[in-house]
Design a protein around this ligand. Sequence first.
Ligand SMILES: [Zn+2]
Length: 261
Amino acid sequence: MSSPNSYRFVWTDAAINRDTNNLVSAALELFRNGNVSVTTNGVAAHLPRELPFEHHGYGQDDEWVAANFTNATEILAVGYPQWVDAQVGEGLTNGLFKLSVTVTDDPPETTSLTVGNLSVAVTNAGEYVFLLEKGPDSSDHVVAHEIGHALGMEDCYIANKRFNPPINIAGMGDPISSQMFDDKGHDWGLESSRGFYPVHETIATTLPQMVMYGVDAGGSHDIPSGSVYSLRRNAKASNQTFSSKVGANFIKVDITEVYSR
Ligand SMILES: [Zn+2]
């Protein structure tokens, strides 16, 4: 039995391990928004999909703008859709583009709409507007980054901008040290006082040099050897920092998984 927003699978008196004394009736319902409902012998459990960011039932409102843009004050002075219109050009090969996503009906439950590195919790029908950038400078980084994922490497982050104020990596502005790198011999050098990266760099300026940093920051595009100190993608506090597998040591010989982000 299926409804438009879900697929439901039902087992009635299924014999576990073909043991007719061990019968189970169960149902599994998969919802389009990622939720799952499981019913076993009459006991139902609803497993809501956890959205990858905090939401308060908002659409692309002022709160969303404030959480996603450092120049939110400037944007909100004119309104977000109007600000997007003012940024984009017409007939550009490269430049800023406007993407509108129209949700015609209220989603049955809060649903995450993600475009690039912007996400919004959609609870209402309406038009959702995104500002996209296409440029020749970013393509090499993006291609290398996505190949990195395909080979098994992870993202590294310095901030989760879905919060206002953003949650930043612990020690963001601190000078870098060997502590940032797991493979100190290859990624820093064997002398603890001197590294391959200039010592005036900070954690916040070093991570964007990695290929596995999600945004092209210009400059070098490094693939280190080992893990690098990084903020977890969905971090809700700055102490959710760990070593991210952004290095060549993690490239798989046999590719068995495909990563899309
Ligand atoms: Zn990525």
